[in-house]
Write a protein that binds this ligand. Structure first.
Ligand SMILES: *Cc1c(COP(=O)(O)O)cnc(C)c1O
Length: 248
């Protein structure tokens, strides 16, 4: 039997198991506090800046969903993890250039960061050409309406960046399935205020698109608040894998 080129070091496995136990218990406590079942929240392990072998270790520990934010990093990592025999669901969570759509649709199961009609169209075209199953898409929402940062803009009539046009473009695109919303709490905002506003936006979206039930919100620092406001997916990096070197 040939050995996999990815070998999980026992010390790292122990470290990740401890991080995972802490994060799972935070999620369980948050669910209990909110009167929700612990399996109503999916943990997406954000593995950006960490190597493929960490993804493999997490998969062996039972993590089924991983998140990455740069195609240049994610594409080879996904290939290495697949070659080692693991098959987690890959969530793309970063700003996505339209010229990367053709690469991302080959390994991603979910793209969480669609925030323009033009990006939805590019992903739809790429997904139709390269996949036999539709790609799940979350529309990324800007909670504070700052157009300079990522996110579709709720309540704005902008034909490319308004939330309603973006959601309609995803819902209407061959090759894509509108699964729900994603957001990041804006810097300087109280998480409860941010996620309460997000919950209102999500409820309104479900009025138009009843199948859009996913709400991806909450990270290492604010997952409890996100769960209290209905998050179905939390995206946790540093609390699970350790502090990342600052890359800006
Ligand atoms: C990096 C990242 C996360 C994880 O952040 P942590 O604070 O390390 O948990 C979550 N969501 C997005 C969009 C990210 O880029």
């Amino acid at each position: 039997m040939t050995e996999s080129p990815l070998t999980v070091r026992p010390e790292r496995r122990t470290e990740l198991a401890a991080g995972l136990a802490r994060v799972r218990s935070r999620i369980a406590d948050a669910c209990a506090a909110a009167g929700r079942s612990p399996d109503s929240v999916t943990l997406v392990a954000v593995t950006k800046t960490y190597p493929a072998v960490d993804v493999l270790a997490l998969a062996e520990l039972g993590v089924r969903d991983v998140g990455e934010n740069r195609d240049q990093e994610a594409a080879p990592k996904a290939a290495a993890v697949a070659a080692a025999g693991a098959a987690p669901r890959w969530h793309f969570i970063g700003q996505l250039q339209r010229n990367k759509a053709r690469s991302v649709v080959r390994y991603a199961d979910v793209v969480q960061s669609v925030d323009s009609v033009r990006l939805a169209a590019a992903l739809g075209t790429a997904a139709t050409a390269a996949r036999d199953r539709p790609l799940d898409v979350l529309v990324q929402v800007s909670i504070d309406g700052d157009a300079a940062r990522g996110g579709a803009l709720p309540g704005l009539a902008d034909p490319d960046r308004g939330l309603d046009p973006v959601a309609a473009a995803v819902a209407g695109a061959d090759g894509l399935r509108l699964a729900g919303l994603m957001a990041v709490a804006p810097l300087g905002w109280e998480p409860d205020r941010a996620f309460a506003r997000l919950a209102e936006v999500a409820a309104r979206l479900r009025g138009d698109h009843p199948g859009a039930t996913v709400l991806s919100a909450g990270m290492s620092g604010d997952l409890e608040s996100a769960v209290a406001h209905g998050a179905t997916h939390v995206r946790v990096g540093s609390a699970l894998l350790g502090m990342r070197p600052t890359l800006g």
